[in-house]
Each structure stands twice: as structure tokens, then as C-alpha cells.
Design a protein around this ligand. Structure first.
Ligand SMILES: NC(=O)c1ccc[n+]([C@@H]2O[C@H](COP(=O)([O-])OP(=O)(O)OC[C@H]3O[C@@H](n4cnc5c(N)ncnc54)[C@H](OP(=O)(O)O)[C@@H]3O)[C@@H](O)[C@H]2O)c1
Length: 574
């Protein structure tokens, strides 16, 4: 589902009103009715059915007054407190206030002398409706609005926020000052970005998306990543193989190795999408029933150093568990016996190593040689941060001609500011980077706080600058493409907060690339399925104490669910 900033929502409203001729009062009526319906569900079970609406003087307040009118008609006891000068309300709000007054609904201007009355009414309400500020909110709440927020939060009663909790930045999810803690938020038309990013996600409570009668064309036209082309025909022969080549070449073609790194897309509008099951189902590469290990691609995982043998093995597990046909695990020669004894199902390849147990610079040539037999490279898990490792990573990335997933220490090797990525922006192979906020901060030469303040914007900006798909891990993980599209993931929880889950994710993305998904599709679907695997593992074993291996082992079940279109959906009203 498309999600929007305040400015994008305003543009959509404007087109609906001016382009399609839908009067703003009709949109407001739909909005207020949706709010009233949700409110009634909560009120109907209470004894006194008392609702108190705190309304601002803009159109968000107007939505609240419409809701008050309907709730009153249905038998609720309703009072409206107006946090603003009654003489300076918006045009549509003025219409709503006039109707409400004629229907006998009490509208009380919030002032010094009415504050204690407002507090008492809020504290005894069965439901408080927050209609103070919506997408017209600018900066920290001031004056009467700030006072009303204090009254709402102090009442300790259930709160339903209209569109966004007042005080929340609709674009970033930040709260620059006082902000309403809602129990539910009924967001209008389309979800606002800030409702899905922390702390907005927690402040919004249970999120409901209400249809307010906007034309379908304005709310649904969100281009999505290209689904993978079918990998094989019914005989199991790779389809689209240019010469009599191998499945590897086919996988590279389908993954976009011969196209520009952004998949050939021109600069697109900065669309943002909340990842839902239907989208993921369309993005997952097909599994032809007659497919074989050659059909499903070959992933080379390069990682490991002394004391860090687990990370590349978890990445290999991730690739295997999403269905890669073959996985080769390559690492410092001294570690290969460990790999071989721990994972029976992977091939192994020793790489030249140094006395410190990490890769030697000559390993770069060996990796390039190994890639003549593989389709996708996953590089970085547990590699360590030595200068020699840095040289290997940089040489490999400069010579790469196949899809690459760069994770963990491979990201460290790119250095502060990651100039190599900007310099090689026009590369002819798809690159997926999977940083956590600390790694992203270093790559961007900013602080972790800067990254966390606006993860979506920074991921989008860097994806453009680097010509790479950026998977910025977090809660939620966001995926950004070089053409401006961005995806907010909907699965996963703090159960994934344990060492090694990132390695599993890098492998899973590599495994989907190997099966023919393009870079953006592999990243979006890989992140979703990995989060769902974490959810399944947590549901089976409890939310704490999950280890990365549990997540890897839940991937097949998560994948099956995703193929069936199962997973978290947004709650819809209307
Ligand atoms: N077409 C429609 O009718 C339609 C369709 C869909 C949704 N909506 C609703 O309309 C809302 C947008 O309405 P709107 O554009 O009128 O904006 P709004 O969200 O209602 O807020 C605008 C009002 O809030 C005040 N304000 C802004 N920032 C403030 C702050 N930090 N502290 C105190 N006051 C502040 C503004 O005063 P100043 O001017 O003094 O800053 C202005 O009076 C949406 O969120 C939605 O609820 C309407």
C-alpha cells in the first residue's frame, strides 16, 4: 500500500477536489464518518457512551466535529472542546461547527476559565477523540493545542486520533514537542509515513486506514519492483539463457547484471510503499515444479575470520533456506574444516589467509575465479576489519560483473563516506547493501542519531547516490532503490535482536537473487520473509531467546506463507 508524506497527501486531496470536482466537504464527511464508526465500536460497549472531542481550528478539527455529529445521532453523549479562536477556523470547519451547534452539540472554546472543565470531562470520558492537528501541523505544538495535548494525555482514557496523533511529524514519525499517545489512529485516505516509523508507530497505537472516497487512481498507482521472470520452462530448462549457457548466466541476466544497477528504471517519483503480503507474493521468484539445483542458482558466500566462523555459515544457511540451488562457502583456509564439518549441504572453498586468521590480499583473485561458477556473491559476514580484508573487498567490488550483496565487514571496508560507491555508481551489476544504522552512519559519515532521525530519507538519498539498493536494517527495516522508490517492511520484531540474524538476511537476499529476482525485489521480499521467519520463530518458542539459526530454519515456512499471500495487513475501515 502506498504511504505518503503530508505534502503528498495535500497534493492528492487537491487533485481530488480540483481535478475530480469532489467537494472538500464530502471528503470531510467520509473522514468524520469513518472516525465515528470506529469510535462507536468502542463506545457502544460502555455504560455512559461519553465521547469528548478536542478539535483544532483546521480541517482535522472539522473531521472531529463531523464524528461528533454522527456519534450524537447514534445516541452518544458528546462534547467538543475547541482549541483555537472560534472566529479563525477554516472554512469547512466553520460549516461543521454551525451544523453541530444547530444539532445541540455543546462546543466549548478551550480557555483558561474552561480548562478545569475540559480536564474533568476528559477524565470521565469513555473515549477521547484527538482532532487537534493533522497534516497541517507545523513544528512543536503551541498554545491551546499544547494545552489540549496535555489534557488528553493526562486523562488516562482511551484516545482515538484523527489522521495522526497531534504533535507527530507526519513525514518522519518524530515528535518535536508534546504529542498525543493514541490508542487507535484512524488515518485518512492513505497511511502517513510518520505513522510507520518510530516513535510514531508506537504513538499511533492500533492503526486503521479509512477510505474517504478519494479516486482510486490517486491512491493505488504505486509502481512496484519487477517480479522475477519465470526461471525455467516445464522441462526445467532455464528460460532466457542467451547462448547455450548455464543457469548462472540466466540468473545474472534476470537479476539485471547486464542492465544498469537500478534495473534500467529512470528516476521515478519518490514513492513509498508499506510492504504487504500481496506485493511480496508478486515479487518472489517462481519455483518451477520441474526445477533442479541448477535452476535455482548458485550463491558464493565469502566471509569468516578467526573467532567469526558462524557469520558466513548463517549467511549460507539463509541462502539455502530460501531455496538457492547451490551454496559455496568460501573463507580463510584455516576455517574451511570448520565450515565443512558444520554445514554438510554447502560446498567449501579455501581462500589464501594470513597469520591473523583473516583473508590475504591474494584472496581477491580467488573470489573472482570462484564467481565464474556462481551467480551471486554475498560478501562480508564475519570477514574482520583488517587492511588486507579491505583490499580484497574493494578489488572484488571493482571487478564484479554479477549481483552482489555486501554486508557487515564488507561495508566497513568501503570506509567512512564510501567514496568507492559514488565513483562506481554506474556499475553494470546490481548491488545490494545491508547496513544496520551504525554501519550506515559510517558509510554516510554522519552520526547514528542522524540516521535514526530520518532513516527513510537517508536510505533513499544514498540509494540514489550510490546506484545501489539500500537495505537499512531497523525497526522497521526500509529498502530504497536508486530510482527513488522506497519500501517500509511490515514484518519482524525485537525477537530478531540477536547476533547473526543480519547474516541470515544477507544470505536470504542472495538466495532470492540467485533464483532470478531482481535486486529490489530480492531485497524487499528477502527482508519481509526474514522478518516473518522471526515472527514465526518467536510465536513457536517465545519472544525472547530466539537465535539466528531459529530464524534461518523458519525461512521455508515463512516463504510458504508469503507465497500464499499470508502476513500482516493494515486494518481498513470502509
Ligand atoms: N479535503 C478535506 O477536507 C480533507 C481531506 C482529507 C483529510 N482532511 C483533514 O484535514 C487535515 C488537514 O487539515 P489542515 O490543512 O486544515 O491542517 P490541520 O492539520 O487541521 O492543522 C491546521 C491548523 O493547525 C494550526 N497549527 C499548525 N501547527 C500548529 C502547531 N504546531 N501548534 C498549534 N497549532 C498549529 C494551524 O494554525 P496556523 O495556521 O496558525 O499555523 C491551523 O489552524 C488532515 O489531517 C485531515 O484530518 C481534510
Amino acid at each position: 500500500m502506498r504511504v505518503v508524506t503530508a505534502a503528498e497527501m495535500r497534493a492528492i486531496d487537491k487533485t481530488a477536489i480540483e481535478g475530480y470536482g469532489i467537494p472538500s466537504l464530502i471528503l470531510m464527511e467520509h473522514a468524520g464518518l469513518a472516525v465515528a464508526r470506529r469510535s462507536w465500536r468502542e463506545l457502544v460497549a460502555t455504560r455512559s457512551r461519553k465521547a469528548v472531542v478536542f478539535a483544532g481550528r483546521g480541517n482535522n478539527g472539522g473531521d472531529g466535529v463531523v464524528a461528533a455529529r454522527h456519534l450524537s445521532n447514534w445516541g452518544a453523549r458528546v462534547k467538543v472542546f475547541l482549541a483555537g479562536d472560534p472566529e479563525r477556523v477554516s472554512k469547512d470547519m466553520a460549516v461543521q461547527l454551525a451544523m453541530a451547534r444547530r444539532l445541540g452539540i455543546e462546543v466549548v472554546p478551550l480557555r483558561e476559565d474552561t480548562e478545569s472543565r475540559a480536564r474533568l470531562n476528559a477524565a470521565t470520558a469513555d473515549l477521547i477523540i484527538d482532532a487537534l492537528l493533522g497534516t497541517g501541523s507545523r513544528g512543536e505544538p503551541r498554545g491551546l493545542v499544547a494545552l489540549a495535548i496535555d489534557i488528553i494525555n493526562g486523562a488516562g482514557r482511551p484516545v482515538l486520533a484523527v489522521d495522526i496523533p497531534s504533535g507527530l511529524d507526519a513525514d518522519t514519525g518524530a515528535a518535536p514537542g508534546p504529542v498525543v499517545q493514541a490508542t487507535w489512529t484512524v488515518t485518512l485516505g492513505l497511511p502517513k509515513v510518520g505513522l510507520l516509523l518510530p516513535p510514531g508507530r508506537e504513538l499511533a497505537g492500533h492503526l486503521v486506514v479509512a477510505d474517504i472516497g478519494l479516486p482510486r487512481a490517486l491512491v493505488t498507482d504505486s509502481p512496484v519492483p519487477a517480479a522475477a521472470a519465470p526461471q525455467a520452462d516445464e522441462k526445467g530448462t532455464a528460460v532466457g539463457t542467451p547462448v547455450a549457457g548455464n543457469a548462472g548466466q540466466a540468473a545474472r541476466d534476470k537479476a539485471g547484471a547486464d542492465k544498469p544497477a537500478d534495473g534500467g528504471h529512470a528516476e521515478a517519483p519518490a514513492l513509498t510503499v508499506w510492504v504487504e503480503p500481496g506485493l511480496v507474493r508478486a515479487l518472489l521468484p517462481p519455483r518451477p515444479p520441474t526445477g533442479h539445483k541448477g535452476t535455482f542458482g548458485h550463491v558464493l558466500v565469502v566471509g569468516g575470520a578467526r573467532g567469526m566462523s558462524g557469520a558466513p555459515m548463517l549467511a549460507a544457511r539463509g541462502a539455502q533456506r530460501v531455496g538457492a540451488g547451490l551454496v559455496t562457502l568460501a573463507g580463510p583456509a584455516g576455517l574451511v574444516p570448520v565450515f565443512a564439518s558444520a554445514i554438510m549441504e554447502a560446498l567449501t572453498r579455501p581462500l589464501p589467509d594470513m597469520l591473523d586468521g583473516g583473508l590475504a590480499p591474494e584472496a581477491a583473485a580467488e573470489v573472482l575465479q570462484a564467481m565464474t561458477r556462481a551467480d551471486v556473491l554475498v560478501i562480508g559476514p564475519g570477514l574482520s576489519r583488517s587492511e588486507a580484508v579491505g583490499q580484497v573487498v574493494r578489488r572484488v567490488l571493482e571487478a564484479a560483473a554479477w549481483p552482489v550483496v555486501a554486508d557487515a565487514d564488507a561495508l566497513y571496508a568501503l570506509g567512512e563516506g564510501a567514496r568507492l560507491l559514488e565513483r562506481t555508481r554506474e556499475r553494470r551489476f546490481p548491488l545490494v547493501l545491508t547496513p544496520h544504522p551504525g554501519e550506515m552512519a559510517r558509510l554516510c559519515a554522519v552520526t547514528v542519531k542522524d540516521v535514526l532521525a530520518n532513516p527513510l530519507a537517508i536510505a533513499r538519498d544514498r540509494a540514489r547516490a550510490w546506484g545501489a539498493v539500500v537495505v537499512l536494517k531497523g525497526s522497521p527495516t526500509v529498502v530504497a532503490a536508486p530510482d527513488g522508490r522506497a519500501y517500509i517492511n511490515s514484518t519482524g520484531s525485537s525477537a530478531l535482536g540477536t547476533g547473526g540474524t543480519g547474516d541470515v538476511l544477507a544470505g536470504a537476499v542472495g538466495g532470492l537473487l540467485a533464483q532470478g529476482a531482481d535486486a529490489l525485489a530480492a531485497a524487499v521480499a528477502g527482508v519481509y520473509v526474514h522478518g516473518l521467519a522471526g515472527d514465526l520463530a518467536a510465536a513457536a518458542r517465545g519472544p525472547a531467546g530466539i537465535v539466528a539459526g531459529d530464524v534461518a530454519d523458519s525461512l521455508p515456512q515463512a516463504l510458504a506463507r508469503a507465497r500464499d499471500g499470508q502476513g500482516p495487513m493494515l486494518d481498513m475501515e470502509g
